[in-house]
Unconditional design. Structure first.
Length: 349
């Protein structure tokens, strides 16, 4: 739902009800994760998707039916070989999709969308089956919004869970929890020519991007219109004030020891999930030696990725940016980052 949040919020603000179809369970090979959503309004306009194409038409029809009836339902797609043939599902996976009608004043969906768009953490807990299928509550640091009748569930205890269940009377009730975290951060140090396309690509992938350079002529909003922040400061001084966690990626592009080394000493001691620095292999060897002299241990130095990026043999700034951001994504996803055509096993692992 995250990728269509702005459109759904606009529909609600305009008083337009819509049907929301969300992936709540998958088995086997599935191209989209839990929480992926397709929405259809009364005019038949569709946004998002649940499968990458193979069951979109069937889900679209189901959305129109639920939008008209108002009755929520959980549907299974691809659970049998016959159904996969009928729907044109070529992979050996199946999925369950929860379809609900969303009114413009829906408190749970509205609160979840507001939190997503504000970059705040929120969990959306929804009944997948049982007598109250489709009921939902949004849980955020600001409290609860919505209604979820699931017996004696302690809602605060489930906010970090992926799936779970409860018993209401003699009926087993399943629920799904969609957890939306704030966007990952990318700190780009150095306003060089590679930085602008890195910012563009990273923003497309949902990162919150900060560009920092000590040189005012290079750190300008005109050069980096897509960045969330453009800071004029020494990189290490800015880093000392930055909130860095495991969802933070750090890209060092200045290629100048007086900027790079003080910054990398701090970055390699932080919790940052990715740290990469521009430079040749010779530059990297020299940089490592200087960092050793500064007292950094080998396990810290092993975290530094340089030369930076995946091996795409790119030459242009755009190709270099693609290589760097692709490596960040690969590290975040703990991926092999090789050619899929040469790999074995599941595509989505």
């Amino acid at each position: 739902m995250k990728d269509i949040a702005a459109t759904l919020r606009a529909w609600m603000d305009a008083g337009r009800p819509f049907a929301l179809a969300s992936v709540v369970a998958t088995t086997g090979s599935s191209p989209r994760p839990l929480g992926t959503a397709l929405a259809v309004d009364a005019d038949g306009t569709a946004v998002g998707g649940v499968s990458g194409g193979c069951v979109e038409a069937a889900v679209y029809v189901r959305c129109q039916e639920v939008l008209e009836s108002g009755t929520a339902a959980t549907e299974s797609f691809g659970s049998t070989e016959e159904e996969r043939f009928y729907l044109g599902i070529t992979c050996e996976g199946s999925m369950e999709v929860l379809v609900v009608r969303v009114e413009p004043d829906d408190p749970a969906i509205g609160a979840a969308l507001d939190a997503i768009l504000a970059g705040e953490p929120v969990s959306l807990v929804r009944a997948v089956d049982g007598p109250h299928v489709g009921d939902a509550v949004a849980i955020s640091p600001n409290g609860f919004a919505g209604r979820l009748e699931l017996g004696a569930i302690d809602l605060p205890a489930v906010s970090g869970t992926v799936r779970g269940g409860a018993v209401e009377g003699d009926t087993a009730v399943r629920f799904a929890v969609e957890v939306y975290s704030p966007p990952p951060r990318l700190l780009v140090y150095g306003g060089v020519d590679f930085a602008a396309p890195i910012v563009r690509v990273a923003k497309t992938l949902g990162f919150r991007v900060t560009v920092c350079d000590a040189r005012p002529v290079f750190a300008t909003e005109i050069r980096f219109p897509d960045a969330d922040e453009v800071i004029v400061d020494w990189p290490h001084r800015h880093f000392d004030q930055a909130a860095v966690d495991a969802d933070t990626a750090i890209v060092v592009l200045t290629h100048d020891a007086k900027f790079d080394l003080p910054l990398l000493e701090r970055a390699l001691a932080s919790e940052a999930g990715y740290i990469g620095a521009l430079g040749s292999r010779a530059t990297h060897r020299d940089r490592l030696e200087r960092l050793r002299e500064a007292g950094l241990a080998e396990d810290a130095l092993a975290r530094l990725r340089s030369p930076i990026g995946l091996d795409l043999n790119g030459r242009t700034a755009d190709e270099t940016a693609l290589s760097i951001v692709a490596e960040i994504v690969a590290v975040r996803n703990d991926a092999r980052a090789g050619f899929l055509t040469n790999a074995e096993g599941p595509i989505h692992h």
